[in-house]
Write a protein that binds this ligand. Structure first.
Ligand code: PLP
Length: 392
């Protein structure tokens, strides 16, 4: 099938929940993708930060295939070696204590919220279930994670939403200090807001927030679904702040392209959820965990992370040198990059795609770049040349 035929099929049989571009990706290698019409694109999206090792990385494929031909799934009545190994990596890298395996970012956050409420219930009983979230945040699409998302546009149609969330502006310490009243059990925040506009939290703010949470026994949840797994040049973005969360969620880049979402609990609350209190059929799937293991083994290497930082800087510098007047408000870390544009950022998406480059938007006026962490300098050069051409 060509692009048009695939689009027609989609329009007839798939719910129209996405504003898709007229492109049907068919195959790829690293940050280069070919669509069903045979057109080649440079990919600065990595499937929204999912394909951390790019398209069809040979080593990753070998790891996944090896497991696929042994055993594809087993239920959580039994133990899974790959899941144990992934959890060991995550615990050692984060300095936290225990992991729960799910399948997506929303599910990871949903579980983190359950854990936080149970922790508080066990210790203080009723009346302490409120969770403070930041404005412009994004935490997922389930009824509860929509409620956790601090953007009014997500609080429509699907009433009633889960109760017990309140929202404060990011980087405003007085606001969050005032919001952390006796009914609050947790604060949830992305270290760098992704969907909301690539907004980096201030170091000082996060340090003070950590102290505030400690003072009131409020659990600090970092949603690192987008920022984790090397995306920012540190393995976890919160390493930039020098503080640790009580609960961290991860998803997107962890499986290298396979669906996985986890929440990790620190010492304080790692035994809060006991037998029968949480679960999911597909969680800790051995094939998915084989992909995640390969991602962890490679992305956690200091040399790999240094390259992510270098490439991010190279990309930004190059872009600035082409079109300094058009690229304003550049922010982010590593290969999580945002900058402001005038007009609707979606228009740029289409213009870039026409010229053979895939980019993302964020917030109302931001172009967001999340290339695969393994993108080559040659692919960066090609992509930036197209972007500069569109911006001028
Ligand atoms: C993408 C994202 C989610 C939701 O993840 P899904 O896998 O789409 O459910 C949650 N939080 C953040 C920060 C995200 O970027």
């Amino acid at each position: 099938m060509n692009n048009n035929e695939i689009m027609a099929l989609d329009h007839e049989y798939i719910m129209a929940t996405y504003g898709r571009l007229p492109i049907a990706p068919m195959k790829g290698k690293n940050a280069t993708m070919v669509d069903a019409d045979g057109k080649t694109f440079i990919d600065f999206t990595s499937g929204i930060g999912v394909n951390s090792l790019g398209y069809c990385d040979d080593e990753w494929i070998a790891a996944v295939e090896a497991q696929l031909t042994k055993l594809q799934h087993m239920c959580n009545y039994y133990y899974c070696e790959n899941a144990g190994l992934v959890a060991k990596w995550l615990v050692e890298l984060s300095g936290m204590s225990k992991v729960f395996f799910g399948n997506s970012g929303a599910e990871a956050n949903e579980g983190a919220i359950k854990l936080a409420r149970k922790y508080s219930y066990d210790k203080y009983k009723d009346g302490r279930s409120t969770i403070v979230s930041l404005k412009s945040s994004f935490h997922g699409r389930t009824i509860t994670t929509l409620a956790a998302t601090g953007q009014d546009v997500f609080h429509q149609y699907f009433y009633p939403f889960t109760e017990g969330f309140k929202y404060v502006p990011a980087n405003d310490y007085d606001a969050i200090a005032a919001a952390c009243t006796d009914d609050v059990c947790a604060v949830i925040a992305e270290p760098i807001q992704g969907e909301g506009g690539v907004n980096v939290l201030d170091i000082d703010y996060v340090k003070k927030l950590r102290a505030l949470c400690d003072e009131h026994d409020i659990l600090l949840i970092f949603d690192e679904v987008q920022t984790g797994i090397g995306r920012t040049g540190k393995f976890f973005a919160h390493e930039y702040f020098g503080v640790k969360p009580d609960i961290m969620t991860l998803a997107k880049g962890l499986g290298g392209g396979l669906p996985i979402g986890v929440f990790i609990a620190g010492e304080k609350c790692c035994d809060t959820l006991g037998s029968g209190m949480h679960g999911t059929t597909f969680g800790s799937n051995p094939v998915v965990c084989a992909g995640a293991l390969n991602v962890l083994e490679r992305v956690s290497k200091p040399e790999f992370l240094d390259e992510v930082t270098k490439k991010g800087k190279y990309l930004c510098d190059k872009l600035m040198s082409y079109s300094p007047s058009k690229v304003v408000g550049v922010r982010g870390k590593g290969l999580m990059i945002g900058f402001q544009v005038s007009g609707n950022p979606k228009d740029y998406l289409h213009d870039c795609a026409d010229k053979g480059l895939l980019v993302l938007t964020a917030g109302s006026d931001v172009i967001r770049l999340l290339p695969p962490l393994t993108i080559s300098y040659d692919e960066i050069d090609k992509g930036v040349a197209i972007l500069a051409d569109v911006l001028k």
